[in-house]
Design a protein around this ligand. Structure first.
Ligand SMILES: *Cc1c(COP(=O)(O)O)cnc(C)c1O
Length: 255
């Protein structure tokens, strides 16, 4: 069963290796559905020179997120997950500590030199390179929609859809991949398929016959797992439809 990190391991590693300059962490881990606690890591890096750098790409919008309060120094998000948009834009938020680190950094860089971006942002309200303008325009519309609903409401709705989907899959004989509810995310519902079912065939048949696509497991979980995405426009109705479709194809997926 899937777990998050053990904070004592991280603490020990930091103490053992004073040269460590930062922690890289994935907030919501899309391969497994696990949400890693950022605040707990922030408590280890706050008031030190170490930076906490978080991949928040799938977690942003549908999970709580507090950059300053949690002590996150660099958070990365991108357009194609909770922002309701196609891929093409990424967003980076830096803490004051990270901005200082950027000033002192002597690693060779050009495209990734955040000084350029900050300078353009503060002095020209522009980007140093042409971004995907069409998606910037779409972002404005998407943000209007997201903010009208409000992030707390979006998070609550997604959590409720997650629980709804979990119950439906359990009724169908699937097993929840993450036992500990406190680390389950609102991005996707990972479930293990019953032992006598070929999960790859199941995802292939759903893809082929219906207007739905469900991701399978990765690595050792290929063929054994479904990852049912719930971000964006997915509601209980889509979950009901998916469950119907799975019931229809399941007899053909018996090993
Ligand atoms: C989607 C995603 C990314 C971006 O990966 P791509 O290969 O660009 O799609 C990175 N991290 C996480 C956690 C993601 O969910």
């Amino acid at each position: 069963m899937e777990k998050t990190y053990n904070v004592v391991d991280v603490q020990e590693m930091l103490e053992k290796h004073p040269a460590i300059k930062g922690i890289f962490v994935t907030y919501h881990e899309t391969a497994t559905g696990v949400v890693n606690n950022l605040e707990q890591l922030g408590n280890l890096t706050k008031n030190t020179d170490r930076l906490l750098i978080a991949d928040c790409i799938s977690g942003m919008i549908v999970q709580q997120f507090h950059l300053d309060e949690w002590g996150v120094d660099c958070a990365v998000a991108s357009s194609q997950k909770g922002f309701l948009l196609p891929p093409g834009l990424s967003f980076v938020a830096l803490s004051n500590k990270a901005k200082e680190a950027v000033e002192h950094s002597n690693i060779p860089k050009y495209y990734w030199d955040y000084r350029k971006y900050l300078n353009y942002f503060y002095n020209k309200a522009e980007q140093p390179f042409t971004p995907a303008i069409s998606i910037v325009v779409a972002l404005k519309a998407a943000l209007r929609q997201l903010l009208a609903k409000g992030l707390p409401q979006i998070i609550e709705d997604k959590q409720s859809i997650r629980k709804y989907a979990e119950d439906k899959f359990k009724e169908l004989g699937f097993t929840l991949f993450i036992e500990d509810e406190s680390i389950r995310g609102n991005v996707l519902v990972p479930v293990i398929v019953p032992k006598d079912i070929d999960g790859s065939k199941l995802t292939a048949l759903i893809d082929e016959r219906y207007d739905f696509t469900v991701a399978g497991g990765m690595g050792i979980y290929a063929g054994r797992m479904l990852r049912v995405g719930i971000i964006g426009e997915i509601t209980e109705r889509e979950i009901d439809l998916l469950i119907e479709y799975i019931k229809e194809v399941l007899p053909e997926c018996k090993k």
